[in-house]
Ligand binder design. Sequence first.
Ligand SMILES: [Zn+2]
Ligand SMILES: [Zn+2]
Length: 334
Amino acid sequence: MTHPKAWIEVRREGVWCKAGDFYIDPMQPVARAVVTHSHADHARAGHGAVYATAETLAIMRARYGDDHAGQEHPLAYGEGTEIGGVRVSLHPAGHILGSAQARLEHDGASIVFSGDYKRREDPTCAPFEPVPCDVFVTEATFALPVFRHPPIEGEVARLLGSLQQFPERCHLVGVYALGKCQRLIMALRAAGYDEAIYVHGAMVRLCELYEAYMPLGPLAVVTPENAKGLAGRIVLCPPSALQDRWSRKLPDVLTAAASGWMRIRARAKQKGVELPLVISDHADWDELVQTLHDVAAPEVWVTHGRDDALVYAAQQMGFKAQALHLLGYEDDSE
Ligand SMILES: [Zn+2]
Ligand SMILES: [Zn+2]
């Protein structure tokens, strides 16, 4: 058996599997990439070959065009393939549609890269599966005990309650266009909201793509013509559009935002958010700790986020743990 530290290296391009000569979620174009999911800080255009789930590849085509990569290698969850002598398989991560953990096995040892993940129920994607391995590489976006995400049902009830209380105000909600947008729509539908939900033009393509997998109910695009008539409606836009000119056409806007960062009241205030909704597609502190327990890998590497607290927690649980410093992953817009 050869320990993964002998065949995994962090390079400028990203995490490199030396044994198979491929990268996981590289930041720069490479010959062979395994892509965990289609968020822009993990999936880039211009690779020679991309190994990913069919859903991730479909989203990459929608965002970057059909020629985003030289070759596509779709992998179903649990299906294995060989890349340069390394056994690679993808397993559900519960983060967004198509999101996966990547398991690599070489010379009797295995390592799992979680990508981004969460443990909450989410009807837009397959639930996270703990995958046994020798080394578990976990994200740490919300790895501080202060981050405890409340149930999504309660946050959605607060949004609908506000709409009832202020029926003349346009409820504008900042959501990440890929994943969060569609999850919030599904949660509104589950809460019985069956009115048309209005979306910013930047969200149309991704909503259409999701609709091939699940019904999102009646959606409409905000246009210069209909904008003035959206009092009492729910409008979803990218977080960057909350404060820009685009939103000024809407009547009596009540600004909301759905993000794990909304737990930090100062951040909500600074962004001018009146109704902060704590809805995240990342694991919170309890989910991270629970996942270390469920995966039960003897060794844990912690990436992109607040790694100190989780490294310490893993060590307290009896695991070997260290930070794996990667550049470029920042889920700020989450
Ligand atoms: Zn992500
Ligand atoms: Zn990420």
